[in-house]
Design a protein. Structure first.
Length: 178
């Protein structure tokens, strides 16, 4: 916080979604900066240190995990929430290891994000599911882990997975529609 003002940076490559989030948080009294990726974040961090950050995991041409790492390195007290439409156990673990406080799956509301900012402890009472892991879930987690390892490079991920690039793109588009 700078002089009692809650400062927030949103790292999101979807301009329309970022604008909606920005307006919502400004109405809640935050000073909000927006960056579409790591380069824009670097410019913001040269000017100020935000108290809060919302980071999209999959940015055009970059991984949001690099932004989480940069934010945490800049100031470990920044409260970071990762927001993604491509959730996996692997990326959730990495995001927390790199300094994120919470990891939310899209769609998440401004209320959900602000609640995540305030959560400082884990919840041992969170419901455990009895649902066994399906083949589709295992496949998706493997695909997503490979995407993370290749910094979301579709061509390289497809090569490592042994599938055609268009097949992987179709699987990702089908998953996005869910």
């Amino acid at each position: 916080m700078e002089d009692g003002i809650r400062t927030l940076v949103i790292i999101e490559d979807d301009a329309a979604f970022a604008a909606t989030l920005k307006r919502s948080f400004e109405r809640r009294g935050y000073h909000v900066d927006h960056a579409a990726g790591p380069e824009g974040l670097s410019d913001i961090l040269q000017a100020r240190t935000p108290g809060f950050a919302v980071v999209d995991l999959k940015l055009a041409g970059a991984s949001g995990l690099t932004c989480v790492e940069a934010l945490h390195a800049h100031d470990p007290s920044i409260v970071i929430v990762v927001l993604t439409g491509f959730a996996s156990i692997a990326t959730a673990v990495e995001a927390v290891k790199l300094g994120a406080r919470h990891y939310l799956v899209k769609p998440s509301s401004s209320d959900d994000i602000e609640d995540a900012f305030g959560r400082t402890e884990g919840d041992a009472g969170v419901a455990l599911t009895e649902r066994p892991t399906s083949i589709k879930t295992v496949e998706w987690e493997h695909i997503h882990q490979t995407l993370v390892e290749t910094n979301f490079n579709i061509s390289e991920a497809a090569r490592r997975l042994g599938m055609h690039r268009r097949t992987l793109a179709r699987k990702l588009e089908k998953r996005r529609g869910k």
